[in-house]
Ligand binder design. Structure first.
Ligand code: ADP
Ligand code: ZN
Length: 741
């Protein structure tokens, strides 16, 4: 029998410590259990990671309290945490924070219980008549409970029958009713009802793909099936395949997780899932960042207790405590939002692939524009490639026209080209809808003085401030700094200050001038500050109350509006010129996804792409819906420059409010890393990051590349463990970095 436990103390630096087990729990405690342990003069919460027969640590202390003897983490999730710590070069404690939701870890929020009342026995008609005369309120409660034929909460009795606490107590005293506490669930969708939607009959292409998915789900239990990559054009019926695959998994008595990029942006997907499984006993749990602590707590327990067998959520849902997992789906697997941009900087899709291999379950990655990484894995045979090349019911792919902005006149402030204006006009007459897309919010992107050339910059970051006209303020899009927009140049006092560049607010403004009769709405992060704004606007758009929707990438993702026949991309070049090797890939993906919003109904769609660089490969390949062509060109570029997927890229950022100290620390780190650099690892010279200053800190970059991440991580960790930096210098390590700014 084990006598000791190795535990990981919450909010510690991630080192594990040994404690003695109280005799009473030695037989029942399991790894993954939660305990309270003495740490110096206080006690702290901790997770048991291992049970030991003996320990060589002298004088170990006794565990003070067992918070939950049952593991709140399965051995597999513990292992996943350890893997994240190794791979992403972070402490085990930091990794476990991602694996176990805060609300469960802290154990401060519990289940919610309410008092319910039910009839203790049948009440005779005569007795009831008497009661009606003497105590009508009490009689009302009896009537209500008889009608409900199930326990009713005391709150409801108070609301519906005007029954106070005294009324309920009187009935209890008479022995007519009984009250008892029962657990109630906080359900984020509690006030919505979902009508069951039957599965659709799949077309031959879908059927063929589904056969492969079925085979993966039905694989022999001792081996993990190959991950499946489903490349299906927008509107080809991928989601229908996910739904039916999950149905199959449920029939086999298993559970499923489906990851979506950002749940608040895909309300339609959640609705579709809730409706499809509305008639089954298997609840759909939804995990996302807008849940209250209580809701998150309850959804987690619903999953752990096996009451919810389907989980939909953003990246962290990959750690959902599902038992007997049969399938993981990663929708829009190429999305950057799967990468967590704070420690631990894990990639949800990659963790999904790893968890599936540990669980030996099927995994299906789907996208209309697969990431180069995943497609490369399919090409090299690590994944199995499945394809849907046509839209459902042979709906045509939208026709894409490129507009060369260099040839356009400067009328209308050159925001909308003549041809796009004509096209919008045409849709307005035909009562069809238009989406205008620009991936930049605000009104003008910078304020520049025509006399002295002064540009209004953020005092904390090395970027220009964006002018937001509605709020009459200048805002920093990096740190959120705000200032009143100046009337004169703050430098030379000249009134000739000029607003340049275009944001969504300006697009909205100029479209309103051009089409004064049209109903125009805007959707971007500024509008979204009100939580319901997004859903309200989408509903209004879907029901035809809006003619033109202007927005940022928020409207690019997975939305389905049958009446949208025109999409205008205001400036396709925005992402192309960033100092990032993924710029081309991102532009191709964004254009394809945005274009995919057009022509999803009966009328063919049309897309106008405005660009100053109309011949750039990403734009041209997107125009021809040519993923393969894009892939061939892009993968060659990556191979030549030794970029991912051919190497792993590790970005180290050294930050400090003191420029000198930051720069000096980056150089020291570089020198140490260079000593005994493992073979096959390259290391760049330290340099100021492209975004040199952010939130008041100066930032320096070091880049490492390798084909074998294990050796690199070990070396990096060894160096970082030995080095101490000045107090105000912060070092972050980003393995498989996505944000290179
Ligand atoms: P994707 O996820 O590839 O964008 P969806 O699954 O959302 O595609 O399908 C696009 C539209 O086609 C949806 O409205 C969906 O209900 C419909 N659809 C999908 N499969 C079928 C089918 N087999 N028969 C009829 N309609 C279908
Ligand atoms: Zn700033």
């Amino acid at each position: 029998m084990p006598r000791y436990a190795r535990v990981l103390v919450d909010d510690s630096a991630g080192k594990a410590f040994d404690y003695e087990l109280p005799e009473a729990v030695a037989a029942v405690l399991q790894p993954g259990a939660r305990v309270r342990v003495p740490v110096r003069t206080r006690t702290a919460l901790a997770t048991v990671i291992e049970l030991l027969e003996e320990t060589d640590v002298p004088g170990v202390k006794l565990i003070s309290e067992v918070v939950s003897a049952e593991p709140i983490l399965s051995p597999l999730l513990l292992k996943l945490g350890a893997w994240i710590s190794d791979y992403y070069c972070c402490s085990l404690e930091a990794a476990m924070k991602a694996v176990l939701p805060n609300v469960i870890r802290k154990a401060e929020v519990g289940h919610q219980t309410r008092l319910f009342a039910r009839l203790a026995r049948e009440v005779e008609e005569e007795e009831l008549e008497k009661l009606r005369k003497k105590a009508p309120l009490q009689a009302g409660v009896i009537d209500h409970l008889t009608e409900a034929a199930q326990p009713v909460s005391v709150t409801e009795l108070a609301e519906k029958c005007d029954a106070s606490h005294a009324v309920v107590q009187a009935l209890v005293k008479k022995g007519l009713i009984v009250t008892e506490a029962a657990r109630v669930e906080r359900d984020p969708f509690g006030d919505e009802s979902f009508v069951h939607a039957a599965p659709l009959a799949m077309n031959p292409e879908q059927t063929a793909v589904f056969e492969h998915v079925r085979r993966a789900i039905d694989h022999p239990p001792d081996a993990a099936p190959k991950p499946l990559l489903l490349h299906g054009v927008t509107g080809s019926g991928k989601t229908e395949i996910y739904l039916q695959a999950i149905q199959l998994v449920l029939e086999r008595g298993q559970t499923a997780i489906m990851l979506v990029p950002e749940i608040s942006l895909t309300p339609q997907t959640v609705e579709r899932f809730k409706s499809r499984f509305a008639a089954t006993r298997h609840e759909v749990a939804v995990l996302h960042s807008h849940l209250s602590e209580g809701e998150r707590h309850d959804e987690w327990h619903k999953i752990r207790d096996g009451r919810a067998r389907i989980v939909i959520g953003a990246r962290s849902a990959i750690f959902a405590p599902c038992a007997n997992l049969g399938l993981i789906v990663v929708d829009e697997e190429h999305e950057n939002t799967y990468k967590q941009e704070e420690t631990p900087r894990y990639h949800g899709r990659d963790i999904a692939v790893l968890r599936a291999s540990m669980e030996k379950c099927a995994i299906l990655l789907g996208s209309a524009t697969p990431s180069l990484e995943s497609f490369h894995n399919a090409q090299t045979g690590k994944y199995e490639l499945l394809r849907l090349i046509a839209r459902v019911d042979d709906k045509k792919m939208p026709f894409i026209r490129i507009i060369d902005l260099r040839m356009e006149s400067k009328k209308h402030g050159a925001i909308l080209s003549e041809r796009l204006i004509t096209a919008i006009n045409d849709r307005l007459t035909k009562k069809e809808q238009t989406i205008l897309f620009l991936n930049r919010r605000g009104f003008s992107t910078s304020l520049i003085c025509e006399k002295c050339g002064h540009v209004c910059e953020c005092p904390n970051c090395s970027v220009a401030l964006t002018f937001h006209r509605a709020a009459a303020r200048m805002v920093c899009h990096i740190c959120g700094y705000q200032a009143v927009a100046p009337q004169k140049c703050p430098e030379c006092r000249d009134p000739g200050i000029k607003y340049t560049g275009t944001g969504t607010e300006k697009v909205e403004d100029s479209v309103s001038r051009l089409f004064p009769k049209a109903v125009i709405k805007r959707l971007d992060a500024d509008v979204m500050q009100r939580r319901e704004a997004f859903r309200e606007t989408l509903t209004a758009f879907r029901t035809g109350k809006i003619d033109i929707l202007v927005g940022t990438q928020m409207i690019a993702k997975g939305l389905h509006f049958p009446n949208v026949t025109l999409v205008g991309i205001i400036n396709a070049d925005l992402g192309l010129h960033l100092p990032d090797f993924r710029a081309g890939e991102r532009t191709f993906q964004l254009l394809t996804q945005v274009a995919g919003r057009a022509g999803r109904g009966d009328v063919e769609g049309e897309v106008f792409v405005q660009s100053f660089t109309p011949f750039s490969p990403s734009i041209q390949h997107a125009r021809h819906h040519d993923f393969d062509g894009f892939w061939e060109q892009e993968i060659e570029f990556r191979r030549q420059w030794d970029y991912p997927p051919f190497t792993h890229l590790v970005l180290i950022i050294v930050r400090s409010a003191h420029q000198q100290r930051g720069s000096f620390s980056a150089e020291t780190l570089h020198r140490r890393l260079k000593e005994e650099l493992p073979p096959g690892v390259t290391l760049s010279e330290p340099a100021p990051a492209p975004l040199e200053k952010s939130h008041g800190s100066y930032r320096f970059h070091l880049m490492m590349r390798t084909r074998s991440i294990v050796r690199l991580s070990r070396h990096l960790r060894a160096v970082l463990d030995k080095l101490t930096f000045p107090e105000d210098v912060f070092v972050t390590v980003d393995v498989d970095a996505y944000q290179l700014l």
